[in-house]
Ligand binder design. Sequence first.
Ligand code: PRP
Ligand code: ZN
Length: 299
Amino acid sequence: MSSRDRLRIAIQKSGRLSEASLDLLARCGLSFRRSRDKLFCFGESLPVDLLLVRDDDVPGMIADGVCDLGVVGRNVLSEQILGSGAGGQPAPFRELRSLGFGKCRLSVAVPDAFDYHDADQFSGMRIATTYPNLLADWLQRNDVSASVVNLSGSVEIAPRLGSADFICDLVSSGATLAANQLKEVAVVLESEAVLAAGAELPCDERGELIDMLLRRIDGVIQVRVSKLVMWHSPRSALESIQRLLPNGQQATVTPIEGLDNEVAVQAICNEAITWQHLEDMKRAGARQMLVLPLEQMLA
Ligand code: PRP
Ligand code: ZN
């Protein structure tokens, strides 16, 4: 492991993960100055720098020790982990966190007109993909023998060109499949952006920076869904109202001056709060209900 004293994170230069990756790091309190070539961002608030690269290059940069961490799709990381597993060596990467954005699926898709029932129909067929390891692994686990056609891109036109019968590719909105008269029939991998690291984390100052970053990322992910809920209610109704809160945490209960049996309550909820929840709480005796977004959170 190199003896850099600044932490380096690889993120996608341009594509579906770029903006959300930068946004996550900004919410963790990191700020950067971009170099002229826009490939390197120097960390100003902390000794954490960014390298902007092609998403497929992120795992390699971690494996080579050029970067300590990377934000990359689980699809890319898992494909390279399977690819590097040959020879029985342990995987050179690991997933530290799921980041909750860039959600998509790696799926097998067939022509719209194909009458699909189950994966046995893939038997003896040619499936084009840029994810040969993930597809081969899935076929093996499902006991299907199909041939994997490894392409470097433009997988969606392979059936029309006659170079494959089906495809296995990323699906997000589904627009690419629809535009190519294909339909998704089997999910090989559910994917989203993950924070990846090498098999071993550095134990110097960079290791401490990683620990701090992970705590902040956990806080950022948590505040996205958590809300502060406040209301007034009779003290006697408190328990039944609290039971209606989705994934509610210990509430803070405050007496209200001049109203003996009334209390003001505030509680953090770690799940989405719907109108239905509020209406149920109102029926149970809650009044003046407020649901507020959280800005920051540190457990
Ligand atoms: C993927 C995939 C499709 C498209 C699907 O490519 O190869 O072309 O996205 O998205 P849709 O369902 O919203 O139409 P991506 O942009 O991730 O590029 P890459 O695989 O080259 O990184
Ligand atoms: Zn890519």
